[in-house]
Design a protein around this ligand. Structure first.
Ligand code: 5AD
Ligand code: SF4
Length: 451
């Protein structure tokens, strides 16, 4: 999400005659886009700011700005604590950046952190400044109002709002025409994507627009996530479509049916579980039970038998007992995730947990529980990968392998990385690759025929 936001910032600034400077020693401004989700993300930024002091001493006039969730969370306090920061800009205020940079004087401190109920930057075409030219993110909505008890996002990114689907499809089409072959639609909770044509004028416009004559063969003034996925998938069968992130409470059968209908919608679902314990899920305000979550997993397997499933999990949330932790391990054994992002709970100021709960699981216990989850997941991922040996997958080639110039790497629909001999293939092409061996993180294979 931050990557996508940085591309919007780059676009807004390049319109105003600013350019990206790759040599940090030549830059007039350094903009640091920040995350506030866990304390260690914020500590990394503070460390970076300390490291930049030396550069600031030798480079008169160099100004540092903090963008994103940390700016939003800490507001002006951040500039008081970090005196080498000249300005801060929250996630909904990036349109003010060009004017800020134009006008800021030496010694001045500026802050723009107003959150918006409508800003989606839908008219801004992101500048893909650090890209492989093959895969890209498209932000389809902003904000979140699920208020999970541990999470700072609703406070730093504001209310949920969806972007005009026409601008999303146009962006996907323009990327495809430039040679991109995969887009990932991004939102905090994509399943609650919903765009309504509000005003009469807008309604009239959208009725004329052919995008709204989609595969449901009817004209509609309201677009939900399954329809949006279908529209993007129809840009071209050669354009792969992925999405992140789904909240389990909103994962609909309709979406699974659309995924089954289009080969180019990738068969990979990221479904953050957070905990396997019913009591923890309730305390976290996740609004589903373990049984309900497992029901969604069954639905995925039913509609999409080849689909990979990945997750996020938090170890050591407030009051978590050994029994709760065991329930999480049990959930991992039942679902057998292909990949998991695994975190130690980090108390965030202002959240429900900070206001009403105690961060009472000792750090060494959190660490041990996290390590147990990581170890179990490592075994499961390896076993899952071993089952892929002998199968052939269509792979979108993304680049040259980091290990060896003679090898390429790409991903299959399930988002698994596959490495294979280069031959005369190029990044951006599709190839059919047969898996010959694997590790827990990578499949290794050989090309069987060329497309
Ligand atoms: N502590 C640890 N992990 C967190 N996440 C969100 N908030 C916290 C927190 N306070 C994790 C969740 C979420 C992912 C993006 O980050 O697992 O799905
Ligand atoms: Fe945070 Fe929950 Fe929203 Fe995800 S769904 S961003 S965890 S509040």
């Amino acid at each position: 999400m931050n990557l996508a936001d940085s591309e919007i910032v780059a676009s807004l600034l390049s319109k105003d005659n600013y350019a990206i400077e790759k040599d940090i020693n030549q830059a007039d401004f350094i903009l640091i886009n920040t995350c506030a989700i866990r304390d260690n993300a914020e500590q990394r930024i503070r460390k970076r700011l300390r490291e930049l002091r030396a550069l600031q001493r030798t480079h008169q006039g160099l100004k540092i700005g903090i963008l994103g969730c940390m700016a939003e969370r800490l507001q002006k306090q951040l500039m008081e604590e970090e005196d080498n920061v000249s300005f801060i800009v929250g996630p909904d205020a990036y349109r003010n950046l060009p004017q800020m940079l134009d006008n800021i004087k030496d010694g001045e401190k500026l802050a723009e952190t107003l959150l918006s109920e409508t800003e989606t930057y839908d008219d801004i075409e992101p500048v893909r400044y650090d890209t492989n030219g093959i895969t890209a993110y498209i932000s389809i909505m902003r904000g979140c109002q699920n208020y999970c008890a541990y999470c700072v996002v609703p406070y730093t990114r504001g209310r949920e709002r969806s972007r005009d689907p026409r601008t999303i499809v146009d962006e996907a089409r323009s990327l495809f025409e430039k040679g991109y072959r995969e887009v990932t639609l991004l939102g905090q909770n994509v399943n609650s994507y919903r765009w309504e044509a509000e005003s009469g004028k807008r309604k009239a416009e959208s009725e004329e627009h052919d995008l709204f004559t989609n595969h449901y063969s009817q004209i509609t003034n309201s677009v939900g996530f399954p329809q949006l996925m279908a529209m993007v998938a129809e840009v071209s069968p050669l354009l792969r479509v992925r999405f992140a992130t789904s909240h389990p409470k909103d994962l609909s059968d309709e979406l699974l049916q659309v995924m089954a209908r289009y080969d180019n919608i990738c068969k990979c679902i990221h479904l953050p579980v957070q905990s396997g314990s019913e009591r923890m899920l309730k305390l976290m305000n996740r609004r589903y039970t373990p049984e309900w979550y497992l029901g969604r997993i069954d639905a995925i397997r039913r509609y999409l038998p080849t689909c990979s499933i990945t997750t996020d999990v938090i170890a050591g949330f407030c009051t978590e007992t050994e029994e709760d932790h065991q329930a999480t391990l049990e959930m991992f054994r039942k679902v057998r995730y292909d990949y998991a992002y695994m975190f130690k709970f980090s108390m965030r100021p202002n959240t429900y947990a900070a206001k009403y709960l105690q961060d009472d699981v000792p750090d060494d216990v959190k660490t041990r529980r996290l390590e147990e989850i990581i170890a179990l997941q490592g075994e499961i991922a390896l076993e899952n990968n071993q089952k892929e040996v002998g199968k052939t997958f269509e792979v979108l080639i993304e680049g040259v392998s980091h290990r060896s110039e003679g090898q390429l790497f790409g991903r299959n629909s399930q988002n698994k990385v596959i490495v294979f001999e280069r031959g005369n293939l190029q990044p951006g092409q599709y190839a059919n690759v047969k898996v010959t061996r694997c590790t827990s993180a990578t499949l290794i294979g050989e090309v069987v025929d060329n497309k």
